[in-house]
Ligand binder design. Structure first.
Ligand code: SF4
Length: 573
C-alpha cells in the first residue's frame, strides 16, 4: 500500500517496478527487459475515460524509459479478470499469446498467427475466445521495428517508443483478457456521486463539444494558421493544402460516426468512410491530428483519403503513426537531397502518396530500404551520415509530434525535457500560447509552466485517465480519494507527480542521459522559419540553454540536469 500511495498505478507504479527490476544498460530487446501492462485505481469504474491502460518498458527506440497510454477497453477486461498489472519477462519458445481470465492465466501457441496483421489477429482470437478484449502486435512488432506499436480494438494504439518490438522480442503476439469481477471503489457511494457529477460536466463542457464534433484533427487548421503545422519534414510551419486535410473537410465529406473508448462521453474518435476514387470502400477510425500532421502535411500529402489509408495501414501493420510519418518525411528529404544511395521506392518525394504507402509496407516487413528506416530517423541518419542527423527531427531518438517548436517555443522546452524523448503528452503549450497565458516567441514563464504540467500529467498517467478529461486537480483528488480511501491533498497529489517525474529522470540518468541530451535537432536552431506567422523565428541553443538552466534549478536538479541528493531525499526516493 505504501508503493500504491507513492506511485499510484499506471505510469508511476510501472516506473517504480521498472527502476527496481532492470539492471542499467540492458538491451531493451533482450530477455532481461520487462514489459508491464498497467491499469490504474479507477480502471473499469464509472469514472470518465476509465477504460484506458498503460504500457511501461525500456524503449528499444530510445534506450530509455517508456510509458505509453492506450485507450479502448482492454484494461477494463484485464482488471475484471483480477489483475492490476501484468509483468512479462524472458522469452517464449515459440510465438505465443497469453490468455487472462478470472480463472487464471494460460500461455498458448500463436504460431498460426505469425505474420498476421492486428485486425486479423484480433478477429481470430475473439472468435476463439468469446467476450474478450485483445491487445496484440502486427508484423512490425514481430520484425522488431523500432517504432512498432501494440494495438487493441482495431484503432487504439500504444504507439510511441516501440513497445510492440518488446512484445515481439518475447515471442508474445497477443494478450487476450476477460473477466467478471466487480470493481468497487473504497467509498463507493461518494465515488458514484462524484463520477455522476463529473460526467455531467463533461457533457456540458464547450471544449469537449468541439472535440467530439470534429475530433483532434480540428487542430490542423489552427496549427496552420498559427504557423506551426509541421510541413515537409519540419522545413516550414505552413501547409498550402491544410484545408484539404483539415478536420472541417473531414467532417463535411467523410465522417459517418463517432467512436469512444470504454466509459468516455467525449468520444473523440471519428469514423470515416470513402466512397469514391482510389480508396473507395475504405472505412477507418481517424485519422486524428497527430497522424494528419505527421503523415499528412509533414510528408506533403494533400489527399485526406490517402492519409486515412496510411493510418489504417499503420494500425494493421502495428507501427506508430507519428514516427512513421516523421521517418518517411526524413527519408523523402534524404532522397530529395541525393543522400540515399539505394532506393527501391519510385519517386520517394514529398507529396507522393504511393511512395508513402509503399514505405510503410517495406518498413513493417524490413524489406529493402525499409530495413534502414525501421530504425527510426535517428537510427537511419547514423548510417546515412552526410549531416543528415541535423534534419532527423527527434529528441533522444523519439520523433517530434505535430507542433513545430520555432512556432511554439514552449514546445521546444517540453520536447527537449520530456522523459521518453520528444513527446506532446507530457506537456503541451500551444493552447496557452495562443490564449496568451504564455507569451509567444519567449521563454518567460515557460520553465515553470512545463514543470507544473509535466508533474500533473505524470499523475494523470498514473491514474491512467485520458489527457482530454476537463477536470482540474481538485476534482481528480476527490475521485482518487473516494476510489482508494487515501487522503491526498492537491499538494500531495502534485508532489506525487514530481516524484514520478524525478524517478523517470533517475532511470534515464542511469542509462547515461544528461543535460547534453535535452536538446533539439539543429534545424530549429540553425534555420529560420521561412514563412507564415512565425516567419523568421528560430530557437537558438542559447535560448534553449537558458530556459533549461531555469528548468533544472526550479526542479531542484544540478546544472547537469540530474536530481540533486536533497531532491531525491525530499521525494522519498
Ligand atoms: S477522449 Fe478520446 S482518446 Fe480519450 S478516452 Fe475518450 S475516446 Fe478515448
Amino acid at each position: 500500500m505504501d508503493l500504491a500511495k507513492k506511485f499510484i498505478g499506471g505510469k508511476g507504479l510501472g516506473a517504480k517496478i521498472l527502476y527496481d527490476t532492470l539492471a542499467p544498460g540492458i538491451d531493451p530487446l533482450s530477455t532481461e527487459n520487462i514489459i508491464l501492462f498497467m491499469t490504474g485505481p479507477m480502471s473499469g469504474t464509472t469514472a470518465q475515460t476509465a477504460g484506458r491502460w498503460a504500457i511501461v518498458t525500456k524503449s528499444p527506440q530510445t534506450g530509455i524509459f517508456l510509458d505509453s497510454q492506450i485507450g479502448g477497453s482492454f484494461g477494463v477486461y484485464m482488471k475484471r479478470a483480477g489483475y492490476d498489472y501484468i509483468l512479462f519477462r524472458g522469452k517464449a519458445e515459440e510465438l505465443s499469446y497469453l490468455l487472462v481470465t478470472s480463472e487464471g492465466i494460460e500461455i498458448r501457441s500463436a504460431s498460426d498467427l505469425a505474420g498476421k496483421g492486428t485486425f486479423e489477429t484480433e478477429e481470430i482470437l475473439q472468435e476463439r475466445h468469446a467476450k474478450t478484449e485483445v491487445a496484440c502486435i502486427g508484423p512490425a512488432g514481430e520484425n522488431l521495428v523500432a517504432f512498432s506499436a501494440i494495438m487493441t480494438g482495431r484503432s487504439h494504439m500504444a504507439g510511441r517508443g516501440g513497445a510492440g518490438a518488446v512484445m515481439g522480442s518475447k515471442n508474445l503476439k497477443a494478450v487476450v483478457a476477460s473477466g467478471s469481477n466487480k470493481i468497487k471503489a473504497v467509498h463507493q457511494e461518494k465515488f458514484s456521486e462524484l463520477t455522476k457529477a463529473f460526467r455531467q460536466k463533461v457533457v456540458e463542457d464547450a471544449g469537449v463539444k468541439h472535440r467530439h464534433d470534429i475530433g483532434t484533427v480540428m487542430w490542423v487548421n489552427i496549427s496552420n494558421e498559427a504557423g506551426f503545422l509541421p510541413t515537409r519534414n519540419y522545413q516550414t510551419g505552413v501547409f498550402e493544402e491544410a484545408e484539404a486535410i483539415s478536420g472541417e473537410t473531414m467532417k463535411e465529406k467523410y465522417v459517418i460516426g463517432h467512436k469512444a473508448c470504454f466509459g468516455c462521453r467525449i468520444a473523440c474518435g471519428k469514423v470515416t468512410k470513402f466512397t469514391e476514387g482510389k480508396y473507395a470502400g475504405l472505412e477507418v477510425e481517424g485519422p486524428e491530428y497527430e497522424t494528419s500532421a505527421l503523415i499528412g502535411s509533414n510528408c506533403g500529402i494533400t489527399s485526406l483519403p490517402a492519409i486515412a489509408k496510411a493510418s489504417h495501414m499503420c494500425d494493421d501493420l502495428g507501427i506508430d503513426t507519428i514516427t512513421s510519418g516523421a521517418t518517411i518525411s526524413f527519408a523523402m528529404e534524404c532522397s530529395d537531397k541525393g543522400i540515399l544511395q539505394q532506393n527501391d521506392v519510385d519517386n520517394l518525394t514529398f507529396g507522393n502518396e504511393d511512395a508513402l504507402h509503399k514505405m510503410l509496407e517495406l518498413i513493417a516487413h524490413r524489406q529493402g530500404i525499409g530495413d534502414l528506416f525501421a530504425k527510426g530517423s535517428l537510427g537511419a541518419s547514423k548510417e546515412l551520415g552526410q549531416n543528415s542527423e541535423e534534419f532527423a527531427i527527434q529528441v533522444k531518438g523519439l520523433e517530434l509530434a505535430g507542433v513545430e517548436p520555432r512556432g511554439s517555443w514552449g514546445m521546444a522546452l517540453a520536447y527537449s525535457t520530456s522523459d521518453r524523448g520528444a513527446c506532446h503528452q507530457r506537456c503541451w503549450t500551444p493552447g496557452a500560447e495562443l490564449r496568451g497565458d504564455l507569451p509567444r516567441y519567449s521563454m518567460e514563464g515557460v520553465p515553470k509552466f512545463v514543470i507544473d504540467t509535466q508533474d500533473e500529467r505524470a499523475v494523470c498517467g498514473s491514474l491512467v485517465l485520458c489527457d482530454f478529461v476537463p477536470f482540474g486537480v481538485d476534482e481528480m483528488v476527490e475521485m482518487l480519494n473516494a476510489a482508494t480511501g487515501f487522503d491526498y491533498t492537491s499538494e500531495s497529489y502534485l508532489k506525487t507527480g514530481d516524484r514520478i517525474w524525478n524517478l523517470t529522470r533517475l532511470f534515464n540518468a542511469r542509462e547515461g542521459i544528461t543535460a547534453n541530451d535535452d536538446v533539439l535537432p539543429k534545424r530549429f536552431s540553425k534555420e529560420e522559419m521561412p514563412e507564415g506567422p512565425a516567419k523568421g523565428q528560430i530557437v537558438t541553443e542559447e535560448t534553449l540553454n537558458k530556459a533549461k538552466a531555469e528548468y533544472y534549478d526550479l526542479r531542484g536538479w544540478t546544472a547537469e540536469g540530474l536530481p540533486s541528493e536533497e531532491k531525491i531525499k525530499e521525494l522519498g526516493l
